[in-house]
Write a protein that binds this ligand. Sequence first.
Ligand code: DAH
Length: 374
Amino acid sequence: MNVLGTKLLNLIITTALATKKCRNFAFETNKQKSGMNIKDIQNVLNDIKHLEAHDEKEIENLRIKYLSRKGEISKLMSEFRNVEADKKREYGIKLNELKKAATDKINALRNSISTSKDVNADIDLTRTASPVKLGTRHPLSLVKNQIINIFGRMGFVLADGPEVEDDWHVFSSMNFPADHPARDMQDTFFVENPNILLRTHTSSVQSRVMEVSKPPIRVICPGRVYRNEAISARAHCFFHQVEGLYVDEKVSFADLKQVLLTFSREMFGPDTKIRLRPSYFPFTEPSAEMDINCDICGGKGCSFCKHTGWVEILGCGMVDPAVLDANGIDSSKYTGYAFGMGIERIANLKYKVDDLRLFSENDVRFLEEFSSAY
Ligand code: DAH
């Protein structure tokens, strides 16, 4: 190769090197110029998507890291002016996306912390529970349950019957004559025809039990009864009774008396005295009314006991053989006793309530008086 040839080759190589250097230089200045590329933005975006924080402080640190004036996004933003003109649009969109993603993420982290904080704040495990306002048992239910318990301990089981009854169970099967005043429209609520009525006493359950059972029968039947009465402190158009019936061989009046004495002492105290006065009911023979000594005046006499020292609490007697036979029980083999008492009457005596109407007026001030009487 001659000298010219060598020179030419050198020139080519130098030019080539210079061009390459130049390209490299151009490349390096370009990178230095913008200081970032799309991948850098994408990396930060990925990081942001997976950010986690457990408390306000961690969130604030993340905000400072990414969104503050000296944060990573601001740095990238400040590089934006160096981005080549033809790339500006692409970078601009990406940077906006990045800023929005970071702001959204920080807000979402704040929300989740404040929600979980609120939930926890509401649960104070050391706080005493707010008191649940309990109702109280109605005084009539208290007395009824006591009566059921006392007789239950003496072997009486519960029996029930309908409040809307027919003439047979209330009157005919209980030996009421056709012209008995209780059958009068003035005394009894009739529902449809003279055959269907609101029961006037729980003695109808005696009949319902006897027609389906064989002796020995020993039942107690609490329930509501209705009478066509003007409402006053001493009378109401509805009230509650408990009926008792014992049918077996050789049941005697002495058995009845002993059961009633035991009941009275359990109900009103061990010193309670009873008195049986002859009376009349269509379904018992002999019949009696039972009094207990007046608890209010201690037997001395007061307005409550009408100055007799005694107050009546129930009717009773030996079941009339006609009633046993009418209800399918052989009166030549079996005898029985029955009794019936008003629950309101017992409650009056026990709690010294002198106005029947209080029991059905639903005045909570009255009802709350019995909250400790269980
Ligand atoms: N049924 C009667 C009434 O309502 C109460 C009564 C009296 C029931 C005597 C009886 C009894 O079982 O033997 O007044």
